[in-house]
Design a protein around this ligand. Structure first.
Ligand code: GAL
Length: 343
């Protein structure tokens, strides 16, 4: 009987000591957090939109550092289109004691290795721009996603043309035959944005009463050079037919502009998406009719705030309300080159 009592007392002592130690350790951890290390991996460092976003992300991190007095170190890596490379980068981030990861997935269907590693290490992850599948996102409550709603983008792109057509039908139906003949430049097939943008921009045109007819379309993987090559081919296959180029992003739209310039063809309207620096230049000089621009300040601000908040185990910033506790949808706007100014 006495032995049992002793055993109970010893166990009780051990449990209490453990509780005191744990609370001391966590207290110390919170007190010590005067710096944050964020590991960022980009699917491709040469993607224009991602580069634009990343520049603002660096500014937002500095802003956070100034406002909160917490030193923020960003470790930015380029996965160069390889999921394997990105997985290794994550491994390295974790071994370097990164407090949080911001991941622009190479393959949005293949997030499991990264999630496994992050969960084991207890390091939260903010995915952005390339959305992991729902099943993966639901594996842990420390996984977040920041992006734009693809359908909203597409509807805005369509509405921009609908409005212009209603105001100036002759400027959209260039040859006045009662039909707007268009070509479609599409992004990567595996990207959540490509299919939805392609489908809903055209659907919105039809719903808005624009009499459209598709000449052809093709995949140019978000790239200016591929957009340019496709447009060059279409210009020779369908001479004097294309009135409108609908592009899933600005870079491919710029490629189409390059091809038009080379072929010395004018009078074709081109609409893009992203509002990249280069896209905005083309808009200003009248080569691009319009674009749908994500609010990049808001986009990058959400990534930094969510990353810092989750790393510090703080309440997440009310400024960036989450859908289902994990998704933040960035706002977007239409930017157009006023047709009147071009007439
Ligand atoms: C899209 C963007 C493209 C490209 C892609 C990369 O949202 O419109 O230009 O950056 O993301 O994932």
């Amino acid at each position: 009987m006495r032995d049992w009592k002793k055993l109970w007392l010893t166990l009780l002592l051990l449990v209490c000591t453990g509780m005191v130690m744990t609370s001391c350790q966590s207290g110390r951890k919170e007190e010590e957090k005067t710096s944050l290390r964020i590991g960022i991996s980009l699917y491709r460092g040469d993607d224009t939109f991602i580069t634009n976003l990343c520049n603002i992300l660096e500014e937002k991190a500095k802003e956070y550092e100034r406002e909160k007095g917490i030193k923020v170190t960003l470790d930015i890596q380029d996965a160069k289109g390889s999921q394997n490379t990105q997985n290794n980068q994550v491994e390295r981030f974790i071994s370097l004691n990164c407090d949080v990861l911001c991941i622009n997935l190479v393959d949005r269907m293949d997030a499991s290795v990264i999630i496994d590693r992050a969960m084991t290490a207890g390091v939260p992850v903010v995915f952005f721009n390339r959305q992991p599948v729902e099943e993966d996102m639901n594996r842990w409550d420390q996984l977040y996603y920041v992006g734009v709603d693809a359908k909203e983008t597409a509807v805005l792109q369509g509405e921009m043309v609908v409005d212009l057509y209603r105001e100036h039908p002759e400027a959209i139906d260039r040859n006045g035959d009662g039909v707007v003949s268009y070509v479609m430049l599409e992004g990567e097939t595996s990207h959540q944005d490509s299919l939805i943008r392609t489908e809903w921009s055209v659907q919105t045109l039809k719903d808005g009463g624009v009499p459209v007819e598709k000449i052809t379309g093709g995949i140019a993987n978000w790239e200016r050079s591929q957009g340019s090559a496709l447009m060059e081919q279409w210009l020779s296959e369908y001479p004097d037919t294309i009135e409108l180029v609908i592009s899933n992003n600005d870079d491919m739209a710029l490629g189409a502009i390059d091809a038009l310039e080379r072929a010395q063809v004018s009078g074709v309207n081109i609409v893009g998406i992203d509002g990249t620096t280069q896209g905005l230049e083309a808009l200003a000089n009248g080569n691009l009719l319009g674009t749908v621009s994500a609010n990049k300040e808001n986009y990058a601000g959400a990534i930094v705030s969510l990353a810092a908040g989750s790393a510090l185990r703080q309440a997440l910033p009310a400024e960036y309300p989450l859908t289902d506790g994990k998704y933040y949808w960035t706002s977007q706007e239409i930017l157009i080159n006023k047709i009147e100014e071009n007439q």
